[in-house]
Design a protein around this ligand. Structure first.
Ligand code: 26Q
Length: 856
């Protein structure tokens, strides 16, 4: 399929040049460029390739092939295009010995790759036509693909958006993570309650991934450290590990938009080493050998389903160490191919980003590799380490900052613990002593080691000390990281702390998931908007134009119709696309306040019951949320939503004016169907608790209006889109802090607001759980006896008022359409391309590297 490609300038047009660009639809563009680049086959060529792979790679025929087989054949055909670019990318980087960013993350929530890759190669229409000609529906076969759910939520999806941008922007980069055998659990709802089922995403193999046995790593673990005394008082530390674990890399190629670069996501799978098994086996310990094998393979078996810390789990720490140790060895191996163990250029060639503290163990591991294995002095090694690492913080919740019991380190990573002590000693007696001489309280507060009954290692402190930059993920969050979480560190290193507001990839979150809106943008903004999301501002002048308003709202309408069909299929509930689609989809957490949303729904239902003539704007409340399996209250909230939904949806007295649906098993592929169909985006966390949020950005891009608090990136979103085009409510961060300082008493709100009281008392009845009195009362208890830690009751009234404004605006169709369009057209800032450029310029000091086509 090799042919020539257009010039780079034709692939990437600067926004300025866009005005003169002939405005074409994406399909027309595809048609005209079809016969140029090597990754743009014609329909006939692609058909030939798919059929070839169906027969020769999958071993079936057009007549017999299942949907799954068709999908596999399409993937094989697409991979052929991608691999050519991959080879070219890696060849170019090696030849130029480029500086690269290594993005370390315990989670990559990739979702499905087929539609995304077809869109990034700009061959979606070609593939659709090819498959139609072959008698196959592209939607049906793409729906066969299991999600790669190797992450919990925001942090994991952010990593996935970021590799898409790194590839698109031609930044030499590698994503490193864990090849979990089971991703985030599949959620089933039985009798209204969440049940967790294993997610075996590669039960039948994943055709996107390639195993790389030539890059296997051996990872030592456990055992003890021997101190060897050499001549002239020199000492040498020798680690005698108890086990060696094998790390097997699986590569997933990530193709940038218009096939710019192909970046690798390298995920490590743990295996038992043959040698160890062999020894035990020979000693007659067959069963022991099998146990050893199971223990080694357990390391990458399952993703921890908590999106806050799970303290003290040996296996979790082992996972973290395992993937960091594999990744660092991989990085060193590649560096040494060109530099032959001369580390003087290491920090010029290598940048490492730590996605939260989960990969923090990479810091002492790199020290260990440089000092113990490569023979560098401590000072030289520390200089390198502090020039290489940067750390992103994603949470302020003190209980969510990772701390590992010392005894786990002693057992698992004895040498790393010694290194951490040394780092800590030098830090406390260096910069801390210099700034606060003799102040032991300061030393205790800033120490990497937390004293107490169970001594702990504070991973965040380690990250801050070793990193050249520490960033938060939205303006307000970064300010709080600096001023509330790490003020002393900021005093020591005033230039270390910075902000990089999160972003999302416009390729997946607009181009691929909302093709009709994408087409409208092609027309008004030119076809390069997926590379320059700010170009979508071209729609703003049309926001008051009735013709465009109608077109925009018709697209929304068709997306709502499609979602209504999906809801019927998944929840057996009939919903009308005429209603407001009000959506809250995210992990279930008290701070995200799904229960505030529920209180409002119950309040509205009560109003409808008490006034049978009341006419409201019909509304559908849509939820999607997974709860951590051990988070009881979160699971109770899911149960309550389902119980309330059941009652409301079957109550004919309210004439279908109100519907509530909980869509099970929320995940990336569902988000792609839900978000383009939303009218209202619920972003209602207690101010100061949501670091950024990223679904808020996806909703706005797709023309939903935000109903939210002044928290995280909501603040920046409404600053761009206009506060008057959204619905802001509730206490601000300062007001939350103030109220907590003064002493917050939820009972005051309960007693003062009869509506609120009535709704809360409802939880104690059996109205929603017939025959089961008080089945929902844990929620009321947490909000009153439990002290309502997230100020749900304090924000209730303001939230109700905001909902009233939603209804009012929705009645004015033109006003709503205008607001929706202005939101969508104002989200340029929230492209992950902007975020990656920020990282590259301000943190990584990274230059991009254009990849020429091998055919040219
Ligand atoms: C840690 C230790 C043991 C087990 C699990 C964990 C763990 C796993 C996942 C801790 C945290 C997470 C995920 C956190 C997360 O998703 N944070 C979100 O990050 C987004 C991207 O920056 C932000 O937009 C969200 O505001 C933030 O909540």
């Amino acid at each position: 399929m090799a042919v020539k490609h257009p010039s780079k300038s034709a692939r990437k047009t600067a926004p300025a040049a866009k005005e003169n660009a002939v405005k074409k639809t994406a399909a027309a563009v595809e048609a005209t460029v079809n016969h140029h680049p090597s990754w743009h086959p014609s329909v006939e060529e692609l058909k030939k390739s798919i059929v070839h792979h169906l027969r020769c790679s999958i071993g079936t025929s057009e007549q017999k092939a299942s949907r799954l087989a068709w999908w596999q054949a399409v993937v094989a055909a697409v991979n052929e295009l991608i691999f050519e670019r991959l080879t070219q990318t890696q060849f170019t980087h090696a030849q130029k010995d480029t500086r690269a960013i290594n993005y370390l993350s315990a989670e990559f929530l990739m979702g499905r790759l087929t539609v995304n890759n077809l869109c990034n190669l700009e061959i979606y229409q070609t593939a659709k036509q090819a498959l139609t000609d072959l008698g196959v529906d592209i939607n049906e076969i793409c729906d066969e693909e299991p999600d790669m759910a190797l992450g919990n939520g925001g942090l994991g999806r952010l990593a996935a958006c970021y590799i898409d941008s790194m590839a698109t922007l031609d930044y030499p980069s590698v994503g490193y993570g864990i090849h979990y055998e089971n991703g985030l659990f599949r959620q089933e709802i039985r009798g209204g309650r969440q049940v967790e089922r294993p997610d075996s995403w590669r039960e039948y193999g994943c055709p996107w991934e390639v195993c790389r046995p030539e890059s296997v790593q051996n990872i030592p673990i456990g055992g003890y450290v021997e101190t060897q005394h050499g001549p002239d008082d020199s000492i040498r530390k020798v680690w005698h590990p108890a086990h060696i674990i094998k790390g097997v890399p699986w590569d997933i190629p990530v193709v940038g938009f218009r096939a710019s670069s192909v970046t690798i996501l390298r995920l490590w799978e743990s295996r038992a080493t043959e040698s160890f098994n062999w020894d035990v086996f020979n000693a007659g310990g067959y069963v022991d050998a099998q146990e050893e094998k199971s223990a080694a393979e357990a390391i990458s078996k399952v993703l921890y389903p908590n999106d806050s810390t799970e303290a003290g789990k040996m296996l979790r720490l082992t996972q973290q160490y395992f993937f960091c140790a594999c990744s660092l060895r991989d990085i060193l191996r590649r560096y040494n191919r060109a530099h032959h163990h001369d580390y003087s250029d290491f920090a010029n060639k290598i940048a490492i980003q730590l996605n939260d503290t989960h990969p923090a163990i990479a810091i002492p591991e790199l020290m260990r590799l440089l000092v113990d294995e490569e023979g560098l002095s401590w000072d030289n090694a520390w200089k390198i380490v502090t020039e290489v690492f940067a750390y992103t913080n994603h949470t302020l919740l003190p209980e969510a900052l990772e701390k590992w019991p010392l005894y786990l380190f002693e057992k698992l990573l004895p040498r790393h613990l010694e290194i951490i002590y040394e780092i800590n000693y030098r830090f406390l007696n260096g910069p801390v002593e210099a700034m606060w001489p003799g102040d032991n309280d300061k030393k205790a507060k800033l120490s990497i080691i937390e004293e107490g009954m169970v001594k702990k290692v504070r991973m965040a402190n380690l990250c801050v000390i070793a990193s050249h930059h520490v960033n938060g993920v939205a303006e307000i969050h970064s300010k709080l990281v600096k001023e509330a979480l790490f003020p002393e560190f900021d005093a020591i290193w005033p230039n270390k702390f910075c902000n990089v507001t999160n972003g999302v990839t416009p390729r997946r979150w607009l181009l691929a998931c909302n093709p009709e809106l994408a087409k409208l943008y092609d027309e008004v903004a030119g076809i390069d908007w997926p590379l320059h999301l700010e170009a979508c501002a071209a729609l703003r002048p049309y926001a008051s134009d009735p013709t465009y308003q109608q077109r925009f709202m018709e697209i929304k309408r068709r997306n709502k119709e499609a979602l209504a069909r999906e809801i019927k299929r998944l929840c057996q509930v009939e919903v009308s696309p005429d209603a407001i689609f009000d959506v809250q989809v995210k992990r279930l957490h008290e701070y995200k306040r799904q229960h505030l949303n529920l209180l409002y729904i119950m309040h509205l239902y009560r109003k409808l019951l008490s006034d049978p003539s009341l006419k409201i704007v019909p509304q559908v409340f849509i939820f999607g949320a997974k709860a951590a399996p051990a988070y009881t209250l979160a699971k109770d909230i899911i149960y309550a939503i389902n119980a309330v939904a059941e009652r409301i949806n079957n109550d004919h007295r309210i004439h279908n004016q109100l519907k509530v649906v909980f869509i099970p098993n929320y995940r990336v592929s569902l988000a792609e169907k839900i978000i383009p169909a939303a009218d209202v985006s619920e972003q209602i966390s207690t101010a100061g608790y949501e670091a950024s949020g990223t679904s808020n950005m996806k909703f706005s891009i797709n023309g939903a209006l935000t109903l939210g608090t002044m928290d995280g990136a909501n603040i920046e979103i409404v600053a761009e889109a206009g506060i008057e085009n959204n619905f802001i409510f509730g206490l601000s961060v300062a007001e939350v802090q103030d109220l907590k300082r003064r002493g917050y008493n939820p009972w005051n709100y309960y007693n003062a607001n009869p509506d609120l009281k009535a709704v809360l008392d409802w939880f104690d009845s059996d109205y929603f759980t017939p025959g089961e009195m008080g089945a929902l009362s844990s929620i009321k208890r947490s909000l009153l006896d439990g002290g309502d830690p997230f100020l749900v009751l304090a924000d209730f009234e303001s939230y109700c008022a905001a909902h009233k404004r939603v209804e009012e605006m929705y009645r004015d169709k033109a006003r709503w359409a205008r607001a929706a369009m202005l939101n969508s057209a104002s989200m340029g800032k929230f492209s992950s391309d902007r975020a990656i450029e920020d990282y590259a310029h301000h943190i990584w000091n990274l230059k991009n590297c254009e990849i020429k086509d091998s055919a040219s």
